[in-house]
Design a protein around this ligand. Structure first.
Ligand code: SAM
Ligand code: DTB
Ligand code: SF4
Length: 355
C-alpha cells in the first residue's frame, strides 16, 4: 500500500481486532517494513485509543544484589564469566532498600523496581525479598522485582507479599537466543512467565535490541510477547548498553530509526500495554526520546543509575517532559498508611500524598 493511501484510510491493522494473540512473524515484519511515517502514524493512533499520549509512567530501579551471577548472558556486566571490573555486592539489607524506596518516592517515581543478579532466588533469600516487597507497598509505591527464574511456589510467595509486577525478559527471538545465552532456555523463561501469571501478578517482559540480531529477530521477540495468552502489562525495550569485557562490547550501533520502529511495532501489537523506553537512554538525545514517546513509549526508568550502568539525570528527564508537555503518570493506590483517606496519589508531587 502506498503512503498516500495509508494516510487516506486506516490501514487494515487498525480496523482489525486490536488485541491479538495470533501474529505471524511475516505480519510483524510487514509492520516493520512500512514507510516510517505510516508506521508512526498507526502507532500514535492506537496509542491515543488506549492512553493519554501526554503521560509517561516513571519507575525507579535499584540493584538489590549486584554481580557474581553464574549465568552467561552475553550482554550482561553482572555475569561472573566476564571481566567487567564490576564489584560484586551481597543482598542489600531490607532497611537500606526501603531508604532508597523513600528517596525514589520523593523524587517522583510511582513504581519501585528491585533487581538481583541471580539465576533464581535461593530459599534463604526469600524472606528478605518478601520483607522488601511489604515495605515498598507500605510506602504506597507499586512494587516490581526481577530475580531470575521463579518456581510456582516462589511466585506465589511474592504475590502473597503484595508484589505487583515481576520482570522477566524474553530478551530476543527464540532463533537468536542461543547466540546470547546458553545457561537457560527460552522454554525456562516462558515457564517463569507462566508461574507469574498463574499467581495473578502483572508481567513486565520485553527484550534487548542492538545485539547483532536481524530485524526478523526483533519481529520474532515481539511476536512471542504478543502471542502470550495475555499481553505483558509492561514491555521494556532495552537498547544494548555495550559494556567493556562482555562478548557484545564491540557490537555495532543499531540504526536509531530501527529502534524507533521497534517501539512503534510493540505499541501496535500490544496497544494496551505500557511500552518502556528502558536501557540505553544515556546514548539517546532529546530528539530521539521525543520520537520514542511519539512512537508509543510511555514508561521510563528514572534516576541516575539503572542496575549497574548510567541513566540520564532525573532533572534532564523532567526538563524534557516539561518542554514536550508530558506529565508523569499518576496512579490510584489504596490508602498509603500516613494519609487520612484513599485519594488520588500523585507521587510526582515530590512524594507528598494528596490529602
Ligand atoms: N538476573 C535476572 C534475570 O536476568 O532475569 C534479573 C536482572 S537482569 C540484569 C534484567 C534484564 O536487564 C535482562 O533480562 C536484560 O534484558 C537487561 N539487561 C542486562 N544487561 C543489559 C545491557 N547491557 N543492556 C541492555 N539491557 C540489559
Ligand atoms: C529491563 O528490561 N531493563 C532493566 C530492568 N528490566 C531490570 C535493566 C537494565 C539493565 C541495564 C544494564 C545495567 O545497568 O546493569
Ligand atoms: Fe545474570 Fe540476569 Fe545478568 Fe543474565 S541478565 S547474567 S541472569 S544478572
Amino acid at each position: 500500500m502506498s503512503s498516500s493511501i495509508a494516510a487516506a484510510r486506516p490501514d487494515s491493522v487498525l480496523s482489525r481486532d486490536e488485541i491479538r494473540h495470533d501474529w505471524t512473524v511475516e505480519e510483524v515484519e510487514a509492520l516493520f517494513s512500512q514507510p516510517f511515517n505510516d508506521l508512526l502514524f498507526q502507532a500514535q493512533t492506537l496509542h491515543r485509543r488506549y492512553f493519554d499520549p501526554n503521560q509517561v509512567q516513571v519507575s525507579t530501579l535499584l540493584s538489590i544484589k549486584t554481580g557474581a551471577c553464574p549465568e552467561d548472558c552475553a550482554y550482561c556486566p553482572q555475569s561472573t564469566r566476564y571481566d567487567t571490573g564490576l564489584e560484586a555486592e551481597k543482598l542489600m539489607e531490607v532497611e537500606k532498600v526501603l531508604e532508597q524506596a523513600r528517596a525514589a518516592r520523593a523524587s517522583g517515581a510511582t513504581r519501585f523496581c528491585m533487581g538481583a543478579a541471580w539465576r533464581c532466588p535461593k530459599p534463604r533469600d526469600m524472606p528478605h525479598v518478601v520483607a522488601m516487597v511489604r515495605g515498598v507497598k507500605e510506602l504506597g509505591l507499586e512494587s516490581c522485582m526481577t530475580l531470575g527464574m521463579l518456581t510456582r511456589d516462589q511466585a506465589e510467595e511474592l504475590a502473597d507479599a503484595g508484589l505487583d509486577y515481576y520482570n522477566h525478559n524474553l530478551d530476543t527471538s527464540p532463533e537468536f537466543y542461543g547466540d546470547i545465552i546458553t545457561t537457560r532456555t527460552y522454554r525456562d523463561r516462558l515457564e517463569t512467565l507462566e508461574h507469574v501469571r498463574e499467581t495473578g501478578m502483572k508481567i513486565c517482559s520485553g527484550g534487548i535490541v542492538g545485539m547483532g540480531e536481524q530485524q526478523r529477530d526483533r519481529a520474532g521477540l515481539l511476536q512471542q510477547l504478543a502471542n502470550l495468552p495475555q499481553h505483558p502489562e509492561s514491555v521494556p525495550i532495552n537498547m544494548l548498553v555495550r559494556v567493556q569485557g562482555t562478548p557484545l562490547q564491540d557490537e555495532e550501533d543499531l540504526d536509531p530509526f530501527e529502534f524507533i520502529r521497534t517501539i512503534a511495532v510493540a505499541r501496535i501489537m500490544m496497544p494496551a500495554s505500557h511500552v518502556r523506553l528502558s536501557a540505553g537512554r544515556e546514548e539517546m538525545n532529546e530528539q530521539m526520546h521525543a520520537l520514542a514517546y511519539f512512537a508509543g513509549a510511555n514508561s521510563i526508568f528514572y534516576g541516575e543509575k539503572l542496575l549497574t550502568t548510567p541513566n540520564p539525570r532525573s532533572n534532564a528527564d523532567m526538563a524534557l517532559f516539561d518542554r514536550l508537555g508530558i506529565q508523569p503518570e499518576q496512579r490510584e493506590v489504596e490508602r498509603p498508611p500516613e494519609t487520612p483517606s484513599a485519594q488520588f496519589y500523585n507521587a510526582a508531587a515530590a512524594g507528598t500524598p494528596a490529602t
